[in-house]
Design a protein around this ligand. Structure first.
Ligand SMILES: [Zn+2]
Ligand SMILES: [Zn+2]
Ligand SMILES: [Zn+2]
Length: 301
Protein backbone atom coordinates (compact mmCIF):
# COMPACT_ATOMS: atom_id res chain seq x y z
CA UNK A 1 0.00 0.00 0.00
CA UNK A 2 1.58 3.27 -1.14
CA UNK A 3 0.73 6.08 1.32
CA UNK A 4 3.00 9.13 0.79
CA UNK A 5 1.06 11.24 3.29
CA UNK A 6 2.16 8.94 6.09
CA UNK A 7 5.75 10.15 5.67
CA UNK A 8 4.61 13.50 7.08
CA UNK A 9 2.84 12.16 10.15
CA UNK A 10 4.11 13.33 13.57
CA UNK A 11 7.07 11.42 14.92
CA UNK A 12 8.04 9.97 11.54
CA UNK A 13 11.78 10.53 11.84
CA UNK A 14 14.40 8.64 9.87
CA UNK A 15 16.95 6.30 11.42
CA UNK A 16 20.64 6.62 10.50
CA UNK A 17 23.68 4.40 10.68
CA UNK A 18 25.06 5.10 14.14
CA UNK A 19 28.23 7.17 14.46
CA UNK A 20 31.34 5.01 14.82
CA UNK A 21 31.61 3.47 18.28
CA UNK A 22 34.39 4.91 20.45
CA UNK A 23 36.05 1.51 20.68
CA UNK A 24 37.02 0.92 17.04
CA UNK A 25 40.37 0.00 18.60
CA UNK A 26 38.58 -3.05 20.06
CA UNK A 27 36.64 -4.05 16.91
CA UNK A 28 37.00 -7.86 16.71
CA UNK A 29 36.66 -7.79 12.90
CA UNK A 30 39.63 -5.46 12.22
CA UNK A 31 42.93 -6.90 10.98
CA UNK A 32 45.26 -7.66 13.89
CA UNK A 33 42.48 -8.73 16.25
CA UNK A 34 41.95 -12.22 14.81
CA UNK A 35 42.13 -13.73 18.34
CA UNK A 36 38.90 -11.92 19.30
CA UNK A 37 36.76 -14.12 17.03
CA UNK A 38 36.25 -17.90 17.00
CA UNK A 39 38.93 -19.62 14.84
CA UNK A 40 38.43 -18.92 11.11
CA UNK A 41 36.82 -21.55 8.88
CA UNK A 42 37.94 -19.92 5.62
CA UNK A 43 39.95 -16.95 4.45
CA UNK A 44 41.19 -15.37 1.25
CA UNK A 45 44.79 -14.24 1.64
CA UNK A 46 48.36 -14.83 0.48
CA UNK A 47 49.46 -18.47 0.09
CA UNK A 48 51.07 -19.84 3.26
CA UNK A 49 49.45 -17.32 5.60
CA UNK A 50 48.86 -19.04 8.97
CA UNK A 51 45.19 -19.21 10.06
CA UNK A 52 43.96 -16.41 12.35
CA UNK A 53 46.85 -14.09 11.52
CA UNK A 54 46.91 -10.75 9.62
CA UNK A 55 47.26 -10.51 5.83
CA UNK A 56 43.77 -11.75 4.85
CA UNK A 57 41.42 -9.96 2.43
CA UNK A 58 38.16 -11.70 3.46
CA UNK A 59 37.79 -13.85 6.57
CA UNK A 60 35.02 -16.29 7.59
CA UNK A 61 34.44 -17.26 11.23
CA UNK A 62 31.65 -19.09 13.09
CA UNK A 63 29.01 -16.74 14.50
CA UNK A 64 29.81 -16.28 18.20
CA UNK A 65 26.13 -15.98 19.11
CA UNK A 66 24.36 -18.20 16.58
CA UNK A 67 20.67 -18.95 16.28
CA UNK A 68 21.71 -22.08 14.39
CA UNK A 69 24.66 -24.32 15.17
CA UNK A 70 26.85 -24.85 18.21
CA UNK A 71 29.46 -22.62 19.75
CA UNK A 72 31.80 -23.93 22.39
CA UNK A 73 31.66 -21.04 24.91
CA UNK A 74 28.01 -21.66 25.51
CA UNK A 75 28.11 -24.95 27.43
CA UNK A 76 25.89 -27.74 26.20
CA UNK A 77 22.61 -27.74 28.06
CA UNK A 78 20.41 -30.76 27.49
CA UNK A 79 21.74 -31.66 24.05
CA UNK A 80 21.05 -28.18 22.67
CA UNK A 81 24.24 -28.32 20.57
CA UNK A 82 23.22 -31.46 18.78
CA UNK A 83 19.70 -30.19 18.08
CA UNK A 84 20.97 -26.85 16.80
CA UNK A 85 23.77 -28.41 14.77
CA UNK A 86 21.19 -30.67 13.10
CA UNK A 87 19.20 -27.62 11.95
CA UNK A 88 22.06 -25.61 10.55
CA UNK A 89 25.17 -23.54 11.10
CA UNK A 90 25.90 -19.87 11.08
CA UNK A 91 29.02 -18.05 9.91
CA UNK A 92 30.15 -14.46 9.62
CA UNK A 93 32.01 -13.19 6.55
CA UNK A 94 34.23 -10.21 7.38
CA UNK A 95 34.31 -8.12 4.22
CA UNK A 96 37.56 -6.19 4.67
CA UNK A 97 40.59 -6.07 6.99
CA UNK A 98 39.97 -2.30 7.27
CA UNK A 99 37.19 -0.88 9.44
CA UNK A 100 34.69 -0.24 6.63
CA UNK A 101 31.15 0.51 7.80
CA UNK A 102 29.03 -0.31 4.76
CA UNK A 103 28.99 -2.35 1.58
CA UNK A 104 28.76 1.01 -0.22
CA UNK A 105 32.38 1.76 0.76
CA UNK A 106 33.91 -1.51 -0.47
CA UNK A 107 35.89 -1.53 -3.73
CA UNK A 108 34.85 -3.63 -6.73
CA UNK A 109 37.68 -6.06 -5.98
CA UNK A 110 36.63 -6.37 -2.32
CA UNK A 111 33.02 -7.08 -3.33
CA UNK A 112 34.19 -9.74 -5.79
CA UNK A 113 36.18 -11.41 -2.99
CA UNK A 114 33.08 -11.40 -0.75
CA UNK A 115 31.18 -13.21 -3.54
CA UNK A 116 34.10 -15.65 -3.87
CA UNK A 117 33.93 -16.38 -0.12
CA UNK A 118 30.15 -16.93 -0.25
CA UNK A 119 30.61 -19.36 -3.16
CA UNK A 120 33.45 -21.26 -1.46
CA UNK A 121 31.39 -21.65 1.73
CA UNK A 122 28.32 -22.76 -0.26
CA UNK A 123 30.41 -25.54 -1.81
CA UNK A 124 31.62 -26.66 1.64
CA UNK A 125 28.12 -26.44 3.12
CA UNK A 126 26.75 -28.61 0.32
CA UNK A 127 29.52 -31.19 0.82
CA UNK A 128 28.58 -31.35 4.49
CA UNK A 129 24.88 -31.89 3.88
CA UNK A 130 23.50 -28.35 3.96
CA UNK A 131 22.13 -27.70 0.46
CA UNK A 132 20.61 -24.26 1.15
CA UNK A 133 22.96 -21.42 2.05
CA UNK A 134 21.25 -18.21 3.15
CA UNK A 135 23.51 -15.18 2.73
CA UNK A 136 22.36 -11.92 4.31
CA UNK A 137 23.67 -8.52 5.28
CA UNK A 138 22.47 -6.30 8.13
CA UNK A 139 23.80 -2.72 8.33
CA UNK A 140 23.02 -0.54 11.34
CA UNK A 141 21.51 -1.38 14.71
CA UNK A 142 17.97 -0.66 13.49
CA UNK A 143 18.56 -3.46 10.97
CA UNK A 144 19.83 -5.90 13.60
CA UNK A 145 23.62 -5.51 13.21
CA UNK A 146 25.50 -5.80 16.49
CA UNK A 147 28.91 -4.90 15.02
CA UNK A 148 29.58 -1.94 12.72
CA UNK A 149 32.44 -3.42 10.68
CA UNK A 150 31.00 -4.49 7.30
CA UNK A 151 30.14 -8.20 7.33
CA UNK A 152 27.58 -10.72 6.11
CA UNK A 153 26.03 -13.81 7.64
CA UNK A 154 25.87 -17.25 6.09
CA UNK A 155 23.24 -19.62 7.46
CA UNK A 156 23.72 -23.26 6.42
CA UNK A 157 20.36 -24.97 6.13
CA UNK A 158 19.11 -28.49 5.41
CA UNK A 159 16.18 -27.17 3.38
CA UNK A 160 14.84 -23.91 1.98
CA UNK A 161 13.67 -21.55 4.72
CA UNK A 162 9.97 -20.44 4.65
CA UNK A 163 10.25 -17.37 2.39
CA UNK A 164 12.49 -19.16 -0.10
CA UNK A 165 10.08 -22.10 -0.18
CA UNK A 166 7.20 -19.68 -0.81
CA UNK A 167 9.03 -18.06 -3.75
CA UNK A 168 9.82 -21.47 -5.22
CA UNK A 169 6.18 -22.48 -4.83
CA UNK A 170 5.05 -19.32 -6.67
CA UNK A 171 7.53 -20.02 -9.48
CA UNK A 172 6.22 -23.57 -9.84
CA UNK A 173 2.54 -22.63 -9.79
CA UNK A 174 2.85 -19.80 -12.33
CA UNK A 175 4.32 -22.01 -15.05
CA UNK A 176 7.47 -20.29 -16.30
CA UNK A 177 9.79 -17.94 -14.48
CA UNK A 178 7.95 -15.07 -12.78
CA UNK A 179 11.11 -13.00 -12.40
CA UNK A 180 11.99 -13.34 -16.12
CA UNK A 181 8.55 -11.92 -16.95
CA UNK A 182 8.89 -9.13 -14.39
CA UNK A 183 12.36 -8.15 -15.65
CA UNK A 184 11.16 -8.12 -19.27
CA UNK A 185 8.31 -5.76 -18.35
CA UNK A 186 10.55 -3.55 -16.22
CA UNK A 187 13.19 -3.27 -18.96
CA UNK A 188 10.45 -2.40 -21.50
CA UNK A 189 8.91 0.32 -19.32
CA UNK A 190 12.09 1.61 -17.61
CA UNK A 191 10.08 3.41 -14.93
CA UNK A 192 11.48 1.54 -11.97
CA UNK A 193 14.90 0.58 -13.38
CA UNK A 194 17.75 2.41 -11.62
CA UNK A 195 20.80 0.95 -13.33
CA UNK A 196 21.78 -1.87 -15.65
CA UNK A 197 25.19 -3.39 -16.34
CA UNK A 198 27.21 -6.59 -16.72
CA UNK A 199 23.97 -8.39 -17.63
CA UNK A 200 22.35 -7.42 -14.31
CA UNK A 201 19.53 -5.04 -13.40
CA UNK A 202 19.08 -2.82 -10.33
CA UNK A 203 15.49 -1.69 -9.87
CA UNK A 204 12.86 -0.63 -7.34
CA UNK A 205 10.37 -3.53 -7.39
CA UNK A 206 6.70 -2.88 -8.19
CA UNK A 207 5.50 -4.20 -4.81
CA UNK A 208 8.16 -2.39 -2.74
CA UNK A 209 7.48 -2.89 0.98
CA UNK A 210 9.59 0.04 2.14
CA UNK A 211 10.89 3.28 0.61
CA UNK A 212 13.84 2.57 -1.73
CA UNK A 213 13.47 -1.21 -1.60
CA UNK A 214 15.84 -2.61 -4.27
CA UNK A 215 16.12 -5.75 -6.33
CA UNK A 216 19.23 -6.93 -8.19
CA UNK A 217 18.99 -9.87 -10.59
CA UNK A 218 20.75 -11.28 -13.64
CA UNK A 219 18.78 -10.58 -16.85
CA UNK A 220 19.36 -14.16 -17.99
CA UNK A 221 17.53 -16.85 -16.03
CA UNK A 222 20.18 -18.37 -13.73
CA UNK A 223 19.30 -20.74 -10.92
CA UNK A 224 22.43 -21.01 -8.80
CA UNK A 225 24.13 -17.85 -7.51
CA UNK A 226 26.81 -19.94 -5.83
CA UNK A 227 28.24 -21.15 -9.14
CA UNK A 228 27.36 -18.01 -11.12
CA UNK A 229 30.07 -15.78 -12.57
CA UNK A 230 27.74 -12.82 -11.95
CA UNK A 231 27.50 -12.92 -8.14
CA UNK A 232 30.40 -10.50 -7.64
CA UNK A 233 28.94 -8.08 -10.20
CA UNK A 234 25.57 -8.37 -8.43
CA UNK A 235 27.16 -7.29 -5.12
CA UNK A 236 28.82 -4.41 -6.98
CA UNK A 237 25.38 -3.33 -8.19
CA UNK A 238 23.93 -3.63 -4.65
CA UNK A 239 26.77 -1.39 -3.43
CA UNK A 240 25.98 1.09 -6.22
CA UNK A 241 22.32 1.10 -5.10
CA UNK A 242 23.41 1.80 -1.52
CA UNK A 243 25.74 4.61 -2.62
CA UNK A 244 22.87 6.22 -4.54
CA UNK A 245 20.63 5.77 -1.49
CA UNK A 246 23.27 7.33 0.78
CA UNK A 247 23.44 10.38 -1.52
CA UNK A 248 19.64 10.70 -1.48
CA UNK A 249 18.89 9.95 2.17
CA UNK A 250 22.18 9.61 4.06
CA UNK A 251 23.61 6.35 5.37
CA UNK A 252 20.51 4.51 6.59
CA UNK A 253 20.18 1.01 8.12
CA UNK A 254 19.47 -1.77 5.61
CA UNK A 255 18.80 -5.49 5.42
CA UNK A 256 19.81 -7.35 2.28
CA UNK A 257 19.68 -11.01 1.34
CA UNK A 258 20.38 -13.39 -1.50
CA UNK A 259 17.56 -15.66 -2.68
CA UNK A 260 18.64 -18.84 -4.42
CA UNK A 261 15.03 -19.52 -5.36
CA UNK A 262 14.72 -20.30 -9.03
CA UNK A 263 15.92 -17.14 -10.81
CA UNK A 264 18.36 -15.93 -8.14
CA UNK A 265 18.30 -12.34 -6.93
CA UNK A 266 19.30 -10.00 -4.12
CA UNK A 267 16.68 -8.01 -2.20
CA UNK A 268 17.64 -4.85 -0.29
CA UNK A 269 15.25 -3.30 2.21
CA UNK A 270 16.28 0.03 3.79
CA UNK A 271 14.89 0.32 7.32
CA UNK A 272 13.49 3.82 7.12
CA UNK A 273 10.23 3.05 8.88
CA UNK A 274 9.31 0.78 11.77
CA UNK A 275 7.35 -2.37 11.00
CA UNK A 276 4.09 -2.23 12.99
CA UNK A 277 0.88 -4.21 13.46
CA UNK A 278 -0.36 -3.76 9.90
CA UNK A 279 2.85 -5.21 8.49
CA UNK A 280 3.53 -7.94 11.06
CA UNK A 281 0.00 -9.02 11.95
CA UNK A 282 -1.93 -8.39 8.77
CA UNK A 283 0.69 -8.78 6.04
CA UNK A 284 0.10 -5.39 4.39
CA UNK A 285 3.23 -3.31 3.96
CA UNK A 286 2.66 0.43 4.05
CA UNK A 287 5.25 2.23 1.91
CA UNK A 288 5.47 6.03 2.04
CA UNK A 289 7.40 6.33 -1.26
CA UNK A 290 6.17 4.91 -4.56
CA UNK A 291 8.85 2.72 -6.21
CA UNK A 292 8.56 4.83 -9.41
CA UNK A 293 9.49 7.94 -7.38
CA UNK A 294 12.23 6.08 -5.51
CA UNK A 295 13.78 4.91 -8.79
CA UNK A 296 13.69 8.48 -10.14
CA UNK A 297 15.47 9.81 -7.07
CA UNK A 298 18.10 7.06 -7.17
CA UNK A 299 18.77 7.51 -10.91
CA UNK A 300 19.52 11.19 -10.26
CA UNK A 301 21.66 10.52 -7.16
ZN1 LIG B 1 36.58 -3.09 12.50
ZN1 LIG C 1 14.00 -16.37 -14.83
ZN1 LIG D 1 13.25 -13.17 -3.16
Amino acid sequence: MIAPARARRPGAERPRLEPDADDVSKCPFCEGREGATPPETFAIGPPGRPADSPGWRVRVVPNKFPAFGPWSDEGDRGGLFARRAALGRQEVVIHSPKHVRTLADLSVRELELVAEAWQARAATAREQGFPYLQALINEGRAAGASLQHSHSQLVWLKEEPPLAAEELHTQASEGGCVLCRVLREELDQRIRVVSERDGLVLLCPFAARQPYELLVAPERCERDPYTSESLGAALVLVAEGLRRLHVAEGAVPVNAWLHATGHWHLEVVPRLTVLAGLELGVGYFVNTLAPESAAGVLRES
